[in-house]
Design a protein. Sequence first.
Length: 156
Amino acid sequence: MTDPTPSTVLDGADAVKAAVGTHLGYSDWLEIDQDRVNLFAEATGDHQWIHVDPERAAAGPFGAPIAHGYLTMSLSNYFLPQIVEFSGFSAGVNYGVDKVRFISPVKVGDRVRGGAELVELSEVNGGLQTLVRITIEVEGGSKPACVIDSLSRWLY
């Protein structure tokens, strides 16, 4: 697999500062299949029937198996490089999240994508800290699946 070409490239501190308050773009759509859900269950040990038992889940509250909320959230790391590239720094590191909300379920077979907005910027020792709001949406859905306020540090 080749590296994705991001929608937005922010080259250096001045470009990052100028982008505060702007929407950075969208990723490609990704179909959530049962294999991905099962692999996540194996990786985390979360084998709740609503995720991994399609027959039982079909009769459950959502009418189908659903992706784990944390699987949906973790896809932000898949989507973000398709949306934005921060260049001109010696390193970028995840610093954490301020807030995560799982607003609507992602059913197996749904297609999801990420969108990102650079909400906030602050100076930190040796670099910048950004708050990027990542919204993961379900194709055709009326509400987002997940909204993440993700913190990153970009070091000089």
